[in-house]
Design a protein. Structure first.
Length: 146
């Protein structure tokens, strides 16, 4: 994907900036954002009746921070990083994991998600990375070689 170390660092910095921005937006709008109780129910996508989508920069950021060899395939409907009800990659979690909250305002979440996606797409354009908006299972399975 991004081979050159300078380009890779640039990507990591840009994704980190987006995540910092998201965390600030969510903190500033806590009434609209809702409050996550950390129950982990939303990490079981089938049971919660939703799907999570990610972009290449997000997946590359996760892989760079946990080690590419530690990217797990998704073999069930539950996120492979949710173990015993806790997110084991919380610091590096995807934008949708940051934005979505069971008790949040859906319109606020949608607007914030669209803004984040524009930012991720601009990273792809700038760094010449093919842009895809892929469901998490497909993205993880492809990255992990399954």
């Amino acid at each position: 994907m991004v081979a050159e170390s300078g380009t890779k660092q640039q990507l990591l910095n840009k994704v980190s900036e987006i995540y910092d921005w998201l965390d600030l937006e969510l903190g500033d709008e806590c009434e609209l954002a809702g409050r996550c109780d950390g129950c982990g129910k939303c990490c079981d996508f089938e049971a919660f009746d939703h799907r999570l989508f990610v972009t290449p920069p997000e997946l590359m950021y996760l892989a760079a921070n946990i080690g590419g060899e530690n990217v797990q395939p998704m073999t069930r409907s539950r996120c492979p990083y949710n173990i015993a009800g806790k997110c084991t990659v919380y610091e590096y979690r995807f934008a949708s994991c940051r934005i979505f909250c069971c008790k949040g305002d859906v319109d606020f979440q949608s607007r914030l998600s669209e803004l984040a996606l524009k930012k991720f797409k601009s990273i792809c354009i700038e760094l010449e990375i093919p842009y895809r908006y892929t469901d998490l299972a497909s993205a993880l399975n492809s990255f992990a070689g399954h």
